[in-house]
Design a protein around this ligand. Structure first.
Ligand SMILES: O=CC(=O)O
Length: 313
């Protein structure tokens, strides 16, 4: 497909870049030192933007390209895209659901095990030669713990299925009860937290779910409770989380996402009951390739006037 200008905002996948280059005229924003000049020069030509889940696609960016037809995001989350404006301007939006569900759910379970069984800390113990001086301390059992999930969408359900294999009772909170689900529903997040050993954030980030894990929720989870966040940093009141962990009001946390990535509150670096990952939920070779293929398939469908594979708008 020649002379279709596609703008990629940040480098996320060399495979995606190469495959896009085979099919479109790819413009890589990060390679242009003067972004304002770049936008002036290419305002009329850009017909597609490839987003990434972490790059902001707001009113300013959208309005800078009057011939923009589609935003194809290399992510499932679209909280960084102004969806309302896209709707208004009839700009199509796609994301990459399903293909990353397993990886993100696997990682959530990995974080639960890592926090409760202190996997990272005991690895550091061996590497530092401390084992020769004595055994590592006892940790906390995972099997059978009650797992509370905020958001029982695709990823929430995949986490529930995996946790069930560890004999964990499952409970959840979502906007409304899902009658076809056998898990216990709590209409409030604080109630869910009070009745869970491990609380997992697995919902989309929206105005309603921003700071859904606040001080009240952390206090309800309590000094033995563990918070896992594989969704988005702004779901959690981060300064409150740091205080709760530092003061021992919360038992531990496994985090893949933060409010201001790649910044991570340094107070957390000292805590053994915290496992910190650099936003790698979908970060496997297999899944990132599948996500890239889906981005490309959506763009190809759009520019061949075929139905989009994973349309959101
Ligand atoms: O965070 C990653 C995604 O939304 O896919």
């Amino acid at each position: 497909m020649e002379f279709i200008f596609v703008l990629m905002l940040i480098p996320r996948s060399t495979y995606l870049e190469k495959e896009l280059e085979k099919r479109f005229d790819l413009l890589k924003l990060w390679t242009f030192p003067d972004k304002t000049q770049f936008i002036k020069d290419h305002a009329e030509s850009v017909r597609a933007i490839v987003g990434s889940g972490i790059s902001t696609i707001d009113a300013d960016l959208i309005s800078a390209f009057p011939n923009l037809e589609i935003v194809a995001s290399f992510s499932v989350g679209l909280d960084n895209v102004d969806l309302e404006l896209c709707k208004e301007k009839e700009i199509r939006v796609t994301n990459t659901p399903d293909v990353l569900t397993d990886d993100v759910a696997d990682l959530a379970i990995g974080l639960m095990l890592a926090v409760l069984r202190r996997l990272c800390e005991s690895d550091r113990y061996v590497r530092a030669g401390k084992w020769k001086k004595g055994d590592y301390k006892l940790t906390t059992k995972f099997t059978g713990k009650t797992v509370g999930i905020i958001g029982l969408g695709r990823i929430g359900q995949a986490i529930a299925k995996r946790a069930e294999a560890f004999s964990c009772p499952i409970a959840y909170h979502s906007r409304s009860e899902k009658p076809d689900m056998k898990y216990k529903y709590y209409p409030s997040v604080a109630e869910l937290a009070a009745n869970s050993d491990i609380l997992v954030v697995a919902c989309a980030l929206t105005q309603e779910t921003r700071n859904i894990v606040n001080r009240e929720v952390m206090d309800a989870l309590g000094p033995k409770g563990v918070l896992i966040n594989i969704a988005r940093g702004p779901h959690v009141d981060e300064p409150e989380l740091v205080s709760a962990l530092v003061e021992g009001r919360l038992g531990g946390a496994g985090l893949d996402v933060y409010q201001n990535e790649p910044e991570v509150p340094e107070e957390l670096f000292k805590l053994e009951n915290v496992v910190l990952l650099p936003h790698v939920g979908s970060g496997t070779n297999e899944t990132r390739k599948a996500m890239a293929d889906l981005v490309i398939a959506n763009l190809e469908a759009h520019f061949s006037n075929k139905p989009l594979l994973t349309p959101v708008v």
